[in-house]
Design a protein around this ligand. Structure first.
Ligand SMILES: *Cc1c(COP(=O)(O)O)cnc(C)c1O
Length: 346
């Protein structure tokens, strides 16, 4: 079966870089939603906890339960709030405030311009009075930026709006809550980080989707994907490979089949513009549900060691490349420093 290696060394390198940006590791909340962006939820939780991270963010209660033992606090972005010692819950609309159990610890999400989730700025005072009247347990106030990874003044505009939110919350008597708004791109752009936590996702895993003009922070890909050989054949010129026979050999070639396909979350792509694996070999013909063809006969082949480079090839982003990888592919942590893959990007 295909397998995934997780480089502990590269993950800790990224955490070091991000802790420097945030001021301390206590201010990093690791975003582990969607199977830790495809890296493996409990593997990444255990590694983060061993490093000394105490806070995490996930999307669902189901994910939160699986990582409960590793963290002091887990923020659940999308789940029905209930009282819990470890979990806090993002609350994104007024009705939820009316319905929820007052003992549940909540973090109010305010819509400062992304218009996806959160209470509108002009509903904030109303929301705070419901919180006050119902004696709800408000522990945080948060927002999310729509354009942190774009070279424009939009981020500043939205950040000013969040400063306004903070003033309103503080003057309503909730000065003790934690405030947070930074995702990876916002933290990587920040010169003076002064909020309580940053919610970092993609940068943990080694990717920085900011355009080139921003000061680069050296990050290293944490995940590499490998496939195993299932068979080998020696083919003559003219042989056509895979469904549709889309690839025709122009010279004699040793071709092997490897056990990875679109059923494992690898993109099917376009056989006429093939993806090239890190050793320089293009995939031959169409990607099948469970198999690909490559020249050569090595027992295992590295298929991916830089999801951002692969994402460029497939016209997507690093987030989608890694989150699509099937949870049933075995993930294995590499402890040693010089395991050879992936190559540091800096
Ligand atoms: C996914 C998510 C993040 C992390 O974003 P990255 O760009 O991966 O750092 C932060 N906050 C919220 C609310 C999110 O949904």
């Amino acid at each position: 079966m295909a397998f995934i290696h997780i480089s502990k060394h590269n993950f800790y390198h990224n955490l070091n870089q991000l802790a420097l940006k945030a001021g301390s590791k206590e201010r990093l909340a690791v975003v582990l939603k969607d199977n830790a962006y495809g890296h493996g939820l409990t593997i990444m939780a255990a590694l983060a906890a061993e490093y000394g991270i105490t806070q995490a963010v996930v999307i669902s209660v189901e994910e939160a339960e699986r990582i409960r033992p590793y963290f002091d606090r887990v923020l659940i972005l999308h789940g029905p709030p209930f009282p819990d010692e470890v979990f806090t819950f993002a609350v994104t609309d007024r009705q939820q405030l009316m319905d929820l159990d007052p003992a549940a610890r909540i973090e109010l999400k305010v819509d400062t311009g992304m218009h996806r989730n959160g209470i509108a700025m002009d509903e904030l005072e109303g929301a705070l009075s419901i919180i006050h009247d119902r004696k709800l347990s408000l522990v945080g106030v948060m927002t999310h930026y729509r354009s942190a990874d774009v070279l424009s003044s939009e981020l500043m505009w939205q950040q000013k709006r969040f400063e306004q939110v903070k003033r309103t919350v503080r003057t309503s008597g909730y000065g003790h809550v934690r405030f947070h708004s930074h995702n990876s791109a916002t933290l990587l752009r920040a010169h003076h980080f002064d909020e309580d936590i940053a919610r970092v996702g993609i940068a943990l895993y080694g990717y920085n989707e900011l355009p080139a003009p921003f000061d680069p922070v050296p990050l290293r890909p944490v995940l590499s994907l490998h496939a195993r050989r299932t068979s080998t054949r020696h083919l003559s010129p003219g042989a056509r490979i895979g469904y549709g026979g889309d690839h025709t050999l122009t010279r004699p070639m040793t071709v092997s089949t490897y056990d990875l396909g679109y059923g494992d979350g690898w993109p099917r792509g376009d056989a006429h513009a093939p993806y090239t694996v890190p050793d320089g070999s293009p995939m031959l013909g169409r990607v099948s549900m469970d198999f690909i063809s490559l020249e050569g006969d090595s027992d295992t082949r590295c298929i991916l060691d830089d999801a951002q480079a692969a994402a460029h090839h497939f016209g997507t982003i690093s987030y989608e490349m890694t989150t699509h990888l099937s949870p049933s592919i075995p993930r294995q942590v590499q402890e040693e420093e010089d395991w050879g893959l992936p190559t540091p990007k800096e």
